[in-house]
Write a protein that binds this ligand. Sequence first.
Ligand code: GLY
Length: 343
Amino acid sequence: METLNIHGVSGDSRILIGESLANLSAYLPSKPAVIITDATVRKLYGHLFPPLAVIEIGSGEEIKTIDTVCRIYTALMEQGLDRTGFVVGIGGGIVCDIAGFVASTYMRGIDFGFAATTLLAQVDASVGGKNGVNFGGFKNMVGVFNQPRFVICDPHLLSSLPRRELCCGFAEIIKHALISNADMFAFIEHNSGRALALARDVIERLVHESVALKAGIVSRDEKEAGERRKLNFGHTFGHAIEAVSGIPHGEAVSAGMVIAARLSAARGMLPDADLQRICRLLAAMDLPRHVPVTVDALVDALQKDKKRARDRIHVILLDAIGRAVVQTFDMRELVKAVTEVYI
Ligand code: GLY
C-alpha cells in the first residue's frame, strides 16, 4: 500500500492506494459515524463495511441534487449524529460528491472520509476536495472545497465494474498523462490491453501516478486560481457534450479531449502526429473520439458554461503530449474556433 498526502486549507487528506475496504474501520476516528452508499455498492460490498448505520441513496447523475442532500440530512438527524460525528462515503463519484457536501454542511461541517469503489472515483472524483451537487441544469453548481480526511482506493473493487465504467476511469487517467506526463502516456499506449484486463501492476501504477499528479496540483492550487485549471482539460467541451447527449462523464471527457487536441493542432501548438496518437489511444481504450452532437447544440451548451467569467472562458490546450497550457478565449472566438475543428 502507498499513501499520498494532500495539504489543503481545510486540513490534510491521506490517499491510501492499495488499501482494502475491509480495513476501513482502522481509519475511522473514535466517534459516531454513518456510511453513505448506493444500493449496488452495498449489495456487492456491504459485507466488508464496518458495523455502522448505513444511508442508501439512488444512483445516476439525476440524483446528485439538493433534494437528495436534504433527505440525507434528515436521515443523519434521525441517527442522532451531532457535531462530533463522522461521515464515510463508500461508492463512486456521485456518492463521494454528495457525501462530502453533506458532511461539509451538516451542523456547519463534520469530518468525512471516502472509500472509492470505481476507477473514476479512485483517480479523480474522490480526490481533490471539491464536493457538490448539480443545480438548475448545471453540473456541480452548488458545492464546497473541503478535503476528506482519507480516501481508500482498493484495487480489488474494480473487478466488479462494468467495462463501460472502467473505460470512463481510463479517460481521466489519460487526461492526467496528457496534461503532465508523456512517459505515463507512452506507458498506457504500451499496456492498454493489460490495463483493460486490470493487470494489478499496471492499474496500481496508473492509479498512483494519477493521484500523485492530482495531489501535487491540488496542494499547490486548491481553489483553482491557476494551475488546477489544467485538470479541466477536455472538460469544458466534455461537460457540454454530457449535457446535450447524456452520455457518461468519462466518455464525454474523451470526446471533449479530442476537440481540445484538435483545437491545439489547428492553432499550431500540437503536432498532428500527437493528435493521431491521442485518438489511437482513446480508441484502444474503447473511448469515443466523437459523439453525435451537432456543433450548434455543442456551442449552445458551451455558452451556458458556469465557469465563464463574464464572456471569457479558460480553455486547456496542449502544446505537446504531457504539456498543458491554459488559454483564455472570448466566447465568440471560441465558438468560431470550435466550429472550424468540429467534425
Ligand atoms: N472531488 C473531486 C475534485 O476535487 O476534483
